[in-house]
Design a protein around this ligand. Structure first.
Ligand code: HEC
Length: 99
């Protein structure tokens, strides 16, 4: 799972746009999903912080199996494999690019 492109953007990689749309639809009402927005739920960490805490592979697994742990306020989500790939691709794109 390290084949994720490095400096890809939503313009160059349609998966990023798809992942962003999925997060916008399902997560953005609590989590900040962008590069500098603030979470609307005070306890929900912005995704740009989440990606620095967890390797994308761990997040991918959690997304596929259903995110529940540590999510008292959060409904359970289970994503299809292609959606997981899109989401993790988007999340990777949030990370500061190591050049
Ligand atoms: C109803 C509000 C809400 C929604 C919607 C929501 N979350 Fe959360 N999420 C939270 C809260 C609150 C926390 C912090 C829980 C805690 O620390 O106890 C959290 C924590 C997380 C964490 C763990 C962060 C960490 O450092 O432990 C991940 C990963 C996460 N959310 C992913 C998602 C994803 C992916 C979605 C959309 C599919 C989503 N969340 C939707 C409220 C929400």
């Amino acid at each position: 799972m390290t084949a994720l492109a490095t400096a890809a953007t939503a313009e160059t990689n349609p998966l990023i746009a798809k992942g962003q749309a999925l997060l916008q639809a399902n997560c953005a009402r609590c989590h900040a999903i962008g590069a500098d927005d603030a979470s609307t739920h005070k306890d929900a960490p912005p995704f740009r912080v989440v990606v620095t805490r967890y390797p994308p592979d761990n997040l991918a697994e959690a997304l596929a199996e259903g995110l529940v742990s540590g999510h008292p306020d959060m409904p359970e989500f289970v994503f299809e494999p292609d959606e997981v790939v899109a989401i993790t691709t988007y999340l990777e794109s949030l990370k500061p690019q190591s050049k």
